[in-house]
Design a protein around this ligand. Structure first.
Ligand code: PAF
Length: 279
């Protein structure tokens, strides 16, 4: 695996792939990698000839009171994991290369980035779209892969790629879960053992709400029940919502729907989501 820290060298390596007629798949990450990221790499290997992974803890997607400073950074372990998984190129841009300073052009996520997580983390998705647009400009992949665990992020990036006519296919990869159902996340590392034990209430509450709605139960009652269950388990709930899977607006009859939740346990904010289909 090549490890590259300078844009000039990245461009050269990508040009080499292109000159050999190879397609490039890209997996952007913030590091602290786990089996969920490796699932993205495995799908990326099937989608193209070469796999590029980036690690960049993006300051612009963290709010002032969020965990940018303490976000786990594990470059050596991550690099070994990626090499073992068969990644061709690890791209490690510097903050200076990503954000040279001065008046810069941002990409705004707009309405789809202002609801759900965006309403609780103002500016978060503008930071995501800005950095992902820059990463796309650097790597210029044919296809980019994102985990469905961050469903809103995936929807926002799909929309960005379509609206800006980037010519990059955006592929979602199903959420990887622990045996008890908790979605894998780099932030699970923050959970104390007692909070980790309680955290399983999140996928369970979503699963119960999904069954109620899928079998014709009242969606509003199902969402209220999920909020009650999570509160009783010790969560501080930001939202549990049923939305149109693509636009994240109100559900539209006959269109795919998604149940999404965000809640804090012991100071750690967890998110999760699942598909809902009427039986
Ligand atoms: O999902 C993440 O790890 C980040 O939000 C991403 C897409 C790498 C942008 O910084």
């Amino acid at each position: 695996m090549q490890t590259i820290r300078r844009l000039e060298e990245l461009r050269e390596a990508i040009s080499g792939f292109r000159a050999a007629g190879e397609r490039v798949a890209f997996v952007p990450t913030m590091g602290a990698l786990h089996a969920g990221h490796i699932a993205l790499v495995e799908e990326a290997k099937l989608a193209a000839d070469r796999v590029v992974v980036s690690i960049f803890v993006n300051p612009t997607q963290f709010g002032p009171s969020e965990d940018f400073g303490k976000y786990p950074r594990k470059e050596l372990a991550d690099s070994r994991l990626l090499a073992g998984a068969g990644v061709d190129l690890l791209w490690l841009p510097s903050v200076e290369e990503m954000y040279p300073g001065g008046p810069e052009i941002d990409v705004r996520a707009s309405e789809i980035g202002n609801v759900l997580d965006g309403a609780h983390r103002p500016g978060h998705f503008d930071g995501v779209t800005t950095v992902v647009a820059r990463l796309f400009g650097q790597v210029r992949p044919d296809v980019a892969l994102f985990g469905e665990k961050d469903w809103q992020q995936l929807a926002v990036i799909r929309r960005m790629a379509a609206d800006l006519k980037l010519g990059i296919a955006i592929q979602g990869v199903p959420t990887q879960r622990e045996d008890d159902g908790l979605a894998l996340s780099s932030r699970n590392a923050y959970l104390l053992p007692e909070d980790r034990a309680k955290a399983v209430a999140l996928p369970r509450a979503l699963g119960a709400a999904e069954r109620t709605i899928a079998t014709g139960g009242d969606p509003a009652a199902a969402l209220a029940q999920a909020i009650d269950t999570l509160s009783a388990a010790g969560f501080d709930v930001d939202y549990v919502e049923l939305r149109d899977a693509a636009t994240l607006g109100s559900p539209i009859e006959g269109q795919p729907m998604r149940l999404l939740a965000a809640a804090r346990i012991g100071g750690t904010r967890l998110i999760d989501n699942i598909a809902v289909s009427y039986e």
